[in-house]
Design a protein around this ligand. Structure first.
Ligand code: NAI
Length: 395
């Protein structure tokens, strides 16, 4: 009755089954290769199967089928766990490609250092060649895998070329940092159209161009990822002297919130970095202002540059800030505002907004009518989106 077995194949009734069974298990282990625990489980199941085959009288075909099913189930479970982890943030940065605008200096360079130390291959893109050269030197000393691209973030065609170059050199981008930005200050009522066009173009337009370039590629690549857009604490407050800068950062904040909603279903996390003061070269922004936007209402002279340099010299170190960014990406945290001193101002700002609302229990009838109308619209919207864009509505 018993089967006499050799390693390569049982003799007798089920002669020859163990060989395909071993092959099937190797295939299952290969299928599970992205999870160490699933590979271990597959091999453990294979070993258990062999032992059972040798000492029990179960038919090898049954054992082979059971082992194979068990092994694939392990893989599916591990895969599900991995997807769940990705949905709640990114854990493993090794080998991932990060594209960083403004990566030649300040906050962007800090991100390049921090994320390359975590295992990323980084592309730094910047309008200033001197910044790129210095940054590449600094990053190579840290043994970072880095590639530099000269890029003006307002140039959409150049952005597409930069994306192609990145894919040729390192492969598809999974982490996008829209960090490049400029600032110029002065009484708002003196601002010119050129002041608006330059600052909105770089600060907001640059972020838009970054997302327009990379979001379709990230979705097509299908591996999820993360986008960090740099706004500012100025995305919550505005005053005359920083009026255009704040407006550009309010816009970054808004589109970043909306993009988070849009990309969740693609497993792409989105964060909004809102720094207060960073020790960077932003006081030199004027140097990259293009000639076609040179008509300014503000006078940026040496005195002003010195005053700005003085404030920023007391700012947070870019690498320290990037450390907070890294932690936020791991947790898929939307707001990154690692400045405790920001609390008072934000509380006052939000209180002013909430104070403008009527009491919660007022105008009950109007509230119910508007609520119903909104629900109806949302349902209709979801149906339309599914039909027109094949988008599945969220829960
Ligand atoms: P930074 O001047 O040290 O670095 C910005 C980099 O962006 C520079 O290398 C610059 O050449 C590059 N850049 C400027 N215009 C560009 C363009 N059109 N295309 C490509 N690159 C361009 O300044 P920082 O502070 O590191 O700025 C990074 C971001 O942080 C900006 O978005 C800024 O608004 C934001 N931020 C900075 C704060 C600070 O205190 N420094 C506070 C809040 C926000």
């Amino acid at each position: 009755m018993g089967h006499r077995c050799s390693f390569w194949g049982p003799r007798g009734r089920n002669r020859g089954v163990a060989k395909p069974w071993c092959v099937a298990l190797i295939l299952a282990a290969l299928y599970n290769r992205r999870s160490t625990s699933a590979v271990t489980s597959s091999l453990a199941l294979a070993l258990l199967g062999l032992i059972l085959l040798t000492i029990c009288r179960l038919p090898p075909a049954l054992l082979a089928a059971l082992s194979l099913i068990g092994s694939i189930a392990m893989g599916l479970l591990a895969n599900r766990r991995r997807v769940q982890k990705r949905e709640s943030g990114m854990e493993d940065f090794s080998g991932k490609v990060a594209f960083i605008t403004g990566g030649g200096s300040g906050a962007g360079l800090g991100q390049a250092k921090r994320f390359s130390a975590a295992g990323c291959r980084v592309v730094i893109a910047d309008i200033r060649q001197d910044h790129l050269d210095q940054a590449v030197d600094a990053l190579r000393k840290l043994k970072a895998q880095v590639h530099a691209i000269a890029l003006d973030v307002t140039d959409r065609a150049a952005f597409a070329r930069a994306a192609d170059e990145t894919e040729r050199v390192f492969g598809p981008v999974e982490l996008l940092f829209n960090t490049a930005g400029v600032s110029i200050f002065g009484p708002l009522e003196r601002a010119t159209y050129d002041d608006y066009d330059w600052m909105m173009g770089v600060n907001f337009g640059g972020v838009v161009n970054g997302m327009q370039t990379f979001v379709p590629r990230m979705i097509a690549y299908g591996r999820g990822g993360h986008i960090v857009n740099t706004a500012s604490l100025g995305a919550f407050h505005a005053a005359s002297v920083a009026g255009i800068y704040s407006a550009s950062k309010f816009a970054v904040h808004g589109i970043t919130l909306a993009m988070r909603d849009a990309l969740a279903k693609h497993n792409i996390g989105v964060s909004c970095l809102c720094p207060a003061n960073i020790r960077t070269n932003i006081a030199e922004s004027i140097r990259t202002r293009p000639a076609h936007f040179s008509h300014s209402g503000f006078q940026v002279d040496d005195e002003e540059m010195a005053a700005l340099r003085e404030i920023y010299s007391h700012g947070m170190e870019p690498e320290e800030l990037a450390g907070h960014v890294l932690e936020a990406v791991k947790k898929n945290q939307f707001y990154i505002i690692p400045y405790p001193e920001a609390r008072k101002g934000l509380e006052l700002g939000f209180k002013a907004v909430l104070d403008a609302l009527p009491p919660e229990d007022s105008d009950r009838e109007g509230q119910a009518k508007r609520h119903q109308a909104m629900l109806k619209y949302r349902q209709a919207r979801a149906t339309m989106d599914e039909r027109k864009y094949a988008l599945k509505a969220k829960g």
